[in-house]
Structure formats: C-alpha cells, structure tokens
Design a binder for this molecule. Structure first.
Ligand code: TNX
Length: 548
C-alpha cells in the first residue's frame, strides 16, 4: 500500500504559493515537449546541477529506485557525470533543509494518476507524483529541460511545474510483420516512446507477410510462417527480390520486451490480426483456409482474398489457443485482434461457411462480427478486453469492444460515429497518424516524393499533426469520455530498416506527444522552438530524423 506524504504536501503547497519575481524568459527552459500545463516562478534561487548533486528517492515506494536510476543515467548522457542514487526516509525530509539533492517521492498534492509536480529552489529539485509513473514523467521533463539548457554548469531557475496528460492512452504502433525488427531495436523504439511520455506500445505481430511470435502449440507458425521466399519490389510492380526474408521473437524475447516496457510505464498491446491478414498462418496450417491451399507467406503488399475459414471448428480452436499463449506473455488489459480488411469472397464460395451462416441464421455481412463476438467472449473470460480496427463496427458487436479508428477518410463523421456508438475509441486516423506515409507537403506534380524514400503515399506534415482536430471540444461529454487517446502507426511495407522507422517517426512523434498530452495547442512556432531540445536528445541517442 502506497503511503502519501500529507505533511510534505502542505509544505510544498506553501512554497508553491510564494512565487518570486523571476523573469518569464528564464523559465523558458522548462517549456519542453510535450508542454507542461503550468509553469510558475518558484521561491528561492536557482539550483546548480553539478556533479555534487545526489538523487534521493523514497525507499518505501516500488519503482522509485528505478526512476532515480533513469534520471542519473539521463544526466550522465547529457552532462557527463552520473549523480549518486541513494534511498531516503521521507520522515526526515523537509523541503527547507539545506542540501543539494534531487528528490523523488509520492505526494498527495498531485491527484491525477499520471500527473507530477516539480519544484526547484536553490537546494532541492523535488519531483513528486501521485504514482511512480507520474514521477517518471516528471523525470522526463527534467531530462528534457536539461537538454534545452546550453550553459554549463546547468542552472535551473526556481519553479513550480504542475502537469498531467489530457489522455490516458498515448500510443505508438510498430508493424514487425512486413519487416522484422530485432529485440534491440524494439527496445530503442520503446525508449523513444518513453522520451515522448507515451504509455502504450502496440506491437503488430502477425500479418500476411510473416508470423513473428513463437506459439508453442503451433510450431509451424514460426517454422514456416515467419519466412517468405522474397519481397516485391517498389509499389507491387510484380518484380521480386527473391531474397529469403524472415525472423520471429521467441516467447522469452517477448517477455523481455514486456518487462523492458513495463519498467518505463509502457503497456505492450499485442496484435494478432484475424480473421484477415492471416496468410502466414494459412501457409503454416492450410487446413484453416477455405480452399485448403497451398498457400504462400505473401511476398506482396495489399489485401489478400484468402482469410481464415470460420466454418471450420478448428479455426476458433486455433485462435483461442494462440490467444491463450499471447495472454500468458502479455499482461496488458487489452488484446488487439485486428479485424481490418477482411474480404468476404472466400466465405461466399465456401460450403462450410455457407452451412455455418445458415445454421446461425446470419448473412455474410454479419459473419465476421459473429466471429469477433466469439473471440471477445473468450478474451473477456480471461479477464481481458479486445481492441479491433474500426471495421469491427460493421455488424453488431458488443459495445464493450474498444475500436481503433483508422479510416481517416471517413472524416469527423467517422470519429463521431465511433465515439457515439458506445464503444471506447482510440484515434489513429490515417490521414494524420500513419507515420508510414510521407511527411513532406504534397504538391500537384507529386515532386515531393523525390526527396524522400519510397513510401506508400501522401500523409501529414508535422504542422498538420500539431494542429490535428481530435473533436475533444466538440463531442458531447458522454461521447468524449469514450475517446481514450491517440496513437500513430508505423506500417512497414516500405520501411525496411530501423533507420527508416526512426526517420518516419521523428520528429512527427513530438507533435503527436503534444496532441496526446494537451487538449489545446495554438502555438506552432513556440512548439518548433521547444523542439530544439528534442533534436539534441535525438542526436545524443543516435536516432535518425527527418530534417526540420
Ligand atoms: C492499412 S490500417 C492496413 C495495413 C497496412 C496499412 C498501410 C489497417 C488496419 N490495415 O494492413 O499496412 O494500411 O498503410
């Protein structure tokens, strides 16, 4: 049970009220990305962050020692010295005590579960949260502040910062099927999420072009399904590179990723896309398809007509077995079951599916929804919830399913429809948040693409993302409460190496972080000037980024 520091909160509150006369410009270093909600001048002098500083943490709180370790590491990377980390008994702590510490603790003065307060005066930097996760975001803000200060030693003006995110779901997705990214890179990607205060990593683990997760009960999924004999060149031009391509994560590796993410307060939501985008599984177990195959792990991009045969009893068994192992590995409250782009052609021609539909008394337009509901029941029985792409709304499914709204071309109406349907919604509109698309402005003659790597199509610039409408202020309160947050997707048909993932993500991820953290955004030039600190961090950690 986490104990709160009420006495401490009172002391902090009194300190916070007595604001000193500090020039607002001096506080500019605290204007990081995403922008904290409130930055006020504090009382006392500036804190000099030099190598005599110690980081102390409340030793009664799980996760706090790790937070302190992260902060020490960040300071080491930025300033070349790593402050000593020590536990401290909060009973002895008083913010007026003269020492030279950074202190991490919980405090009642912060109420939002992911919120934090930073107080700086000449002898202490105090980072308090309602939870260790809130403290983690405070640590990120301090890290990004240090990255913005050019002078040495770094001098931090007295301040009180109060901050908390607007949305509880702040995600990034990575497609590891079309191209495979090794464990080290997945961790580097997770580091990037942490740097942007994001808390969900949506891991796309299966698709037509490769099955990427070891499933003990179905070994052929990785023996066969994780390999393809080649990859199409360009935009599906029908020429293949004939170079075998493959890779997968063992369950031990996946567990390691879950752990790595958890330490950074990031939930990994695994996706097993069904009943479409399943060619890799069909190539491994052809009996799960309508025609019985033979099938090939796909070498092209697009939407395959071959999908799971739902009239075959073994199919539901297969999906449940796979999901059982998935739920063993991933503690996430949500399991993503895909559900996008599932043509009905094969079902219309399949005697087993015809018989199943007749038995159920439904037509083909409600067939996928029936399957989704079965899967949802199974997942709910295990105490978890499903997320699916917005196609799952076609047909009647339970409002308990969370919808990932991606079809941006449905426009505002699409978001409204999703939010009003009673389902929780995560916004991932492709016209803004598909980071596999171009990030340069589109021109009539498509010349914009020549300066960029080959990608799937026109997308959104950083400025467009910064100004993106989320309808948060337009939806009625009931519908608004269903919008959990936002996420950007990186599909990897054309994004064949880690450097390109980074280049597509950065710096647009910074604009997304602003959208996820702040309801109001109205100062793009200000955002750009704050972004210099992020450039510094991207360079320090050797991330590639699109120039800005
Ligand atoms: C649509 S978004 C897809 C993916 C592709 C992506 C390319 C979604 C649910 N399905 O399978 O990779 O477009 O941008």
């Amino acid at each position: 049970m986490i104990r709160r520091l009420t006495l401490l909160a009172l002391c902090l509150a009194s300190l916070a009220c007595a604001a000193a006369q500090i020039d607002a410009a001096a506080l500019d270093c605290y204007r990081v990305v995403p922008l904290p909600h409130s930055i006020r001048a504090g009382q006392g002098g500036a804190f000099v962050l030099d190598s005599t500083v110690m980081i102390r943490y409340d030793d009664r709180v799980a996760g706090m020692e790790r937070n302190a370790g992260f902060l020490s590491e960040y300071i080491g990377e930025l300033l070349g010295f790593t402050p000593i980390v020590r536990p401290m008994s909060m009973r002895d702590f008083h913010p007026q005590t003269r020492r030279h510490d950074i202190v991490l603790a919980l405090s009642d003065s912060v109420t939002a579960p992911e919120g934090y307060r930073i107080m700086v005066n000449d002898h202490v930097v105090f980072i308090a949260g309602a939870t260790p996760q809130g403290v983690f975001y405070g640590v990120q803000t301090l890290r990004k502040t240090v990255a913005r200060v050019a002078s040495r030693p770094v001098t931090l003006p007295a301040v009180v910062i109060d901050d908390a995110p607007a949305y509880g779901y702040r995600g990034m997705h990575l497609d590891c099927s079309r191209h495979f990214f090794d464990v080290d890179f997945v961790k580097k990607y997770i580091d990037l999420l942490a740097m942007h205060n994001m808390n969900v990593f949506h891991w796309h683990l299966s698709d037509d072009q490769g099955w990427r997760l070891e499933i003990k009960k179905y070994p052929r999924l990785t023996q066969v399904g994780s390999q393809r004999s080649g990859t199409v060149v360009g935009h599906n031009v029908g020429i293949y590179d004939n170079t075998p391509y493959g890779g997968y994560y063992t369950q031990a590796e996946a567990l390691d990723i879950v752990d790595y993410a958890r330490e950074r307060f990031i939930t990994v939501i695994p996706e097993i896309d069904m009943p479409g985008h399943m060619l890799a599984a069909l190539a491994s177990y052809p009996e799960l398809g309508c025609t019985g195959g033979p099938y090939q792990v796909w070498r092209s991009w697009g939407v395959s007509l071959d999908v799971l045969c739902l009239g075959n009893d073994r199919t539901l068994q297969f999906c449940e077995d796979v999901l059982s192992e998935v739920m063993e590995i991933f503690p996430s409250p949500y399991i993503h079951i895909g559900g996008d782009e599932t043509p009905r052609d094969r079902w219309k021609a399949c005697p087993r599916d015809q018989a199943a539909m007749a038995r159920l008394g439904i037509d083909v337009n409600h067939y996928q929804a029936h399957f989704t509901t079965e899967i949802e029941r199974f997942i709910n029985r295990h105490g978890r919830k499903i997320i699916g792409w917005d196609e799952i709304l076609e047909g009647d499914i339970n409002p308990s399913a969370t919808v990932m709204y991606w079809r941006g071309w449905l426009g505002d109406e699409g978001i409204r429809r999703a939010a009003r349907s009673g389902h929780d919604v995560v916004l991932v509109p492709n016209n803004y948040l598909y980071f596999d698309y171009y990030q340069v402005p589109e021109t009539d003659d498509r010349r914009y693409i020549y300066s960029e790597p080959l990608l799937i199509g026109p997308g959104a610039t950083m400025e467009q993302i910064y100004g993106m409408r989320t309808l948060a202020d337009e939806l009625d309160p009931e519908s608004r409460s269903h919008v959990l947050g936002m996420q950007a997707n990186i599909w990897t048909e054309y994004i064949y190496c880690p450097e390109l993932v980074e280049y597509q993500a950065l710096p647009r991820m910074a604009a997304l972080a602003e959208v996820q953290w702040n309801m109001e955004r109205n100062d793009y030039p200000g955002f750009l000037s704050r972004l210099t600190g992020m450039r510094h961090l991207y360079q320090l950690h050797n991330y590639r980024f699109h120039p800005w």
